[in-house]
Ligand binder design. Structure first.
Ligand code: TSJ
Length: 639
């Protein structure tokens, strides 16, 4: 097909695309699976914006059998008429960096901003992208390769490929395999993201369909109860002490929505969103909510005589002990900062959320005294153990500084250069023993742990810190930890570049992984954010052919492949656990950076960890294998 004529504008466009393709990480964060999945979120966010503008009620997201992704909505359809630059407006949206919003009067845009990178970025990073726009009675068609249009315009307008009474936008794209390390979209992350959008947009239906061979599935996410349902689902399987509390309000052009519910557990789970974007690093909206909440609880506790004159106020974390909350704000012009630009910085959000929380919660608590008392009881429990914790922590830290005994089982490495060092957390003493013998002691440390570590979600902090395995890990990593009232975490003191979880490929092993991830996520989340945490993938099989080389196989796909391609007899050995391998085999298959397979843990894995525990513990078949096969293509061989 003939290419469009080049003029000054199209040269600017090409330069823009070139910039995106040269430094994709700058636009989408990474060229790994996370960045890859972001492509879909960006496109979906455009459709969600159409919903926010009031014109779209359904979004369909399909993972196609050919590896591409289709996103379709029933909105107005991207404008196709001639734009000022002499081409269809669609071209301007899809092929100009940071375009979009130009025709848009929707004031709470998600896409095209700091988080949404703009559909043109997706276009630039796609081998092929096709778009069908149903609008004005016709289906208008356009197509791009690596962001460059391959359809010839007539008088600047798109060709039509049919008539229709419907309206909407449909995009199909194939991510560029020369840009991305992997091109297989992560289905579980996508579904959880779509579900999140459903909770945040109660009048929107999001239909997910997976058409990839062997993975066929279709599910619709629709949550008419919105963030109330979100809080309920976050508390699924826990013991709530009251029904969710919900309130909303607006200040100036900001809209604020809050839902919360306390559970009987020592944990705090407050999620913030701004314009549908999850604010991972928190920010001003949460500051406003938390400050007013703490202030109200202390005021009520004194009024009710539950705090006496001599008593100190509850701390912020005390008043949020057991709280699960979603704070969602809509801001016409949000400012984001922080390492990952997921911290809301707009100062007016603090004031607005503070004000609405004050007004609405007073109304609620005055009418619901029992709930209020239940919440104050949670704060009392927290304050009580806080003192014990402070003591436990001081004891532990002072002891650990001088004594080595809680590091007794650690076989440290010789190098003191953290950038080269690795620590393996190994399940079981026998595998730990083999690992100690098989490792490269120059840079590999081995820390065997016995049985199941404490589930930190369920335990109070003093118990957590009294747990021997946890003490040993905190000591070994060297970077302290952050939790609740204190933050002693300092990543610059981390002694190992890679923290590698090495457990059996069975239900117990995966439970241990989950517990370890939960611990790391709660106490040292930066280790996960910064990509220091890995899961070792020991082989599942060894094949010993009558003729030819012995081989280790890491998943069932590899076994099938081997059976298909290998002629002649062979013996198949199935590894059930790490303990079945001797030191040499363990080195060869799981420790040696030349051969081993490591899966890097991304933050979504940790966020999903508790759901995964349920999945893994609730089934008869050893499902970790399935879980890992589902993600086997994720595994990276680090050579
Ligand atoms: F941008 C995109 F390609 F990523 C994309 C945009 C992908 C998908 C699946 C949907 C959309 C999209 C855009 N859906 N709906 C819209 N709406 C508009 O772009 C639109 C329509 C009409 C008007 C108007 O003022 O008449 C304005 C806008 C921004």
């Amino acid at each position: 097909m003939a290419k469009a004529q080049y003029n000054a504008d199209s040269i600017t466009v090409l330069e823009g695309l070139e910039a995106v393709r040269k430094r994709p990480g700058m636009y989408i964060g990474s060229v790994g699976t996370k960045g890859l999945n972001h492509l879909i979120y960006e496109i979906v966010d455009n459709a969600v914006d159409e919903h926010l503008a009031g014109y779209c009620s359904e979004i369909w997201v399909t993972l196609e059998a050919d590896g591409s992704c289709t996103v379709k909505d029933n909105g107005r359809g991207i404008p196709v008429e001639l734009h000022a630059k002499g081409v269809s407006a669609e071209r301007v949206v899809l092929a100009t960096l940071h375009a979009g919003g130009k025709f848009d009067n929707n004031s709470y845009k998600t896409s095209g901003g700091l988080h949404g990178v703009g559909s043109s970025v997706v276009n630039a990073l796609s081998e092929r992208l096709t778009i069908k726009i149903s609008r004005d009675g016709f289906i208008h068609y356009d197509e791009y390769e690596k962001g460059i249009p391959v359809v010839e315009l007539k008088n600047g307008l798109l060709p039509t490929i049919g008539k229709t009474k419907a309206t909407g936008t449909e995009i199909n794209f194939v991510p560029d395999a020369t840009i991305f390390e992997k091109t297989k979209f992560r289905e579980d992350w996508l579904k959880s993201r779509l579900h999140e959008s459903a909770y945040l947009n109660p009048r929107l239906s999001l239909h997910f369909e997976n058409k990839r061979a062997g993975e066929e599935e279709s599910v619709t996410f629709c949550e008419p109860d919105g963030i109330i349902a979100y809080v309920r689902s976050l508390n699924h399987g826990k013991d709530p002490i009251h029904e969710p509390v919900y309130f909303k309000g607006s200040v100036d052009s900001m809209e604020i929505e809050v839902a919360f519910q306390f559970v009987d557990a020592f944990e705090e789970n407050v999620l913030g969103f701004c314009n549908n974007i999850f604010t991972q690093e928190g920010g001003t909206h949460l500051v406003g909510f938390k400050a007013k909440f703490t202030n109200l609880i202390n005021t009520y506790a004194r009024e009710l005589g539950l705090l006496k004159e001599k008593d100190n106020n509850f701390t912020g974390p005390d008043t949020r002990n057991g709280m699960t909350a979603v704070v969602a704000v809509k801001h016409p012009d949000p400012i984001f900062e922080g390492q990952t630009k997921t911290k809301l910085a707009s100062a007016d959000a603090t004031k607005a959320v503070n004000a609405i929380t004050g007004e609405e919660l007073v109304l609620f608590f005055d009418r619901n005294l029992e709930t209020l008392k239940g919440i104050i009881a949670c704060a009392e429990k927290s304050a009580k153990i806080r003192k014990a914790e402070e003591k436990a922590k001081t004891n532990m830290l002072s002891k650990s500084k001088f004594s080595f005994d809680s590091n007794g089982k650690l076989a440290n490495c010789e190098s003191r250069d953290p950038s080269k060092c690795e620590i393996f957390i190994v399940e079981g003493d026998s595998a730990g023993g083999s690992a100690k013998m098989g490792r490269n002691r120059q840079f590999q440390a081995i820390l065997p742990i016995r049985g199941k570590i404490l589930n930190v979600e369920k335990a109070s902090m003093d118990k957590v810190l009294a747990n021997a395995e946890i003490k040993t890990m905190i000591n070994a990593f060297g970077c302290g930890f952050s939790e609740g009232y204190g933050n002693d975490f300092d990543i610059s003191k981390l002694k190992y570049d890679k923290i590698i979880l090495m457990t059996d490929a069975d239900v117990d092993g995966s439970h241990i992984d989950t517990l370890l991830l939960t611990f790391l996520y709660r106490f040292m989340p930066e280790l996960i954010y910064n990509g220091h945490v890995y899961i070792a993938m020991p082989p599942l099989y060894k094949v010993m052919p009558e003729r030819g080389e012995e081989k280790y196989l890491y998943d069932d796909k590899a076994l099938e492949e081997y059976k298909r391609s290998h002629t002649g007899d062979f013996t198949l050995q199935r590894y059930k656990g790490l303990g079945e391998m001797d030191a040499e085999q363990l080195w060869e298959t799981t420790l040696n950076p030349e051969n081993r397979v490591l899966k890097r843990v991304e933050i979504e894995d940790a966020r999903l960890a508790s759901e995964v525990t349920e999945l893994l513990m609730g089934s008869d078949v050893p499902p970790r294998r399935k879980f890992i096969y589902d993600h086997a293509d994720e595994a990276e061989i680090d050579a």
